[in-house]
Ligand binder design. Structure first.
Ligand SMILES: *[C@@H]1O[C@H](CO)[C@@H](O)[C@H](O)[C@H]1NC(C)=O
Ligand SMILES: *[C@@H]1O[C@H](CO)[C@@H](O)[C@H](O)[C@H]1NC(C)=O
Length: 294
């Protein structure tokens, strides 16, 4: 091979690499006006002038919602959320990743409001291939209405980790090889909403929304999306290339420190685990519940 041929090959190699990299992963920090669109009631939603903070409002007329412009397949998403202060019974703030229908995949954070002075519940759920019924519930170890806290999901081929201020609270491992559905084919969009869920949300629907205490406002800010942006080309996102950091061996399981934090969070704050609900599932316990969770 001649010299110019070699340098051309080298050039091509780096060029292709660069394209693969820029196509695969994105770090997006911050501007709601740029990365999201309003899906419900623009007049019930406001964004700070710099685009870095957005609030949703619920009143008797309407709730509100927004969604990401892009879809993602694997990565990590962080969002800071401040929940509704004071009386929030019956309200639900949802922050989730969701795919197209049918056979929906979905990873949910749902914040269930409460009467004044009583604790919020954080409910998480995992849908895979159209089926959910994997609820877990916990109380938080801080007042989520007093300030912003960071709620994150790490999603790769090995595990889905739900985190609160970087404390893992839930892990859903990939047991697809044993027949357990795992979200791994479909890209998901990021959504957030505030709505009236008083038929079920607070004490099983006993505490209704008290409209005289409204309007109810929840705020979002400083999100970070470090994920593979879906551009219709499965190779970039579905592959296991470690140029996407979440595919590195270090992210296949929790670190020892993360495991300790997870055990702590679950020991002291978990109040419901579908895998422990024998009454609900009788002899049909979901298959993933028969494997060690972490
Ligand atoms: C939106 O308006 C509400 C009510 O006036 C206010 O509490 C909130 O801070 C505002 N949010 C943003 C992001 O400007
Ligand atoms: C609301 O407060 C009651 C009483 O402390 C508690 O039992 C319940 O779990 C709390 N949260 C929700 C969402 O119902």
């Amino acid at each position: 091979m001649s010299g110019s041929c070699i340098s051309f090959a080298v050039y091509l190699f780096f060029f292709i690499n660069l394209i693969l990299r820029t196509l695969a992963s994105v770090v997006s920090v911050g501007d709601f006006n740029k990365d999201f669109y309003i899906t419900w009631a623009p007049d019930h939603l406001n964004t700070s002038t710099d685009g870095r903070e957005r609030s949703l409002r619920l009143d008797q007329q309407s709730g509100s919602a927004f969604a990401s412009n892009a879809m993602f397949l694997f990565g990590q998403i962080d969002m800071q959320i401040k929940l509704i202060p004071g009386h929030s019974a019956g309200t639900v703030v949802a922050y989730y990743l969701t795919s197209a229908q049918p056979n929906r995949d979905e990873l949910d954070f749902e914040f269930l409001g409460n009467v004044s002075g009583q604790p919020y519940i954080l409910q998480t759920n995992v849908y895979a291939d159209g089926f959910g019924n994997r609820e877990e519930r916990m109380y938080l170890w801080f007042d989520p209405t007093a300030d912003f806290h960071t709620y994150s999901v790490l999603w790769n081929l090995h595990q889905i980790v739900f985190m609160v201020d970087w404390v893992p609270i839930r892990v859903y491992r990939n047991h697809a090889d044993k027949g357990v559905p795992y979200p791994r084919w479909q890209p998901m969009g990021l959504k957030a909403s505030l709505w009236n869920g008083d038929s079920w949300a607070t004490r099983g629907g006993q505490d209704k929304v008290d409209w005289t205490k409204g309007p109810f406002i929840a705020s979002f800010r400083n999100y970070k999306i470090d994920a593979c942006v879906w551009r219709g080309n499965p190779r970039f996102c579905r592959g296991a290339s470690t140029s996407n950091w979440w595919n590195k061996p270090a992210y296949r399981t929790l670190t020892p420190r993360q495991s300790r934090l997870l055990r702590w969070a679950r020991k002291y704050h978990l109040i419901y685990d579908y895998c422990a609900d024998k009454q609900r599932f009788k002899n049909n316990m979901p298959k993933e519940c028969t494997f060690p969770k972490f």
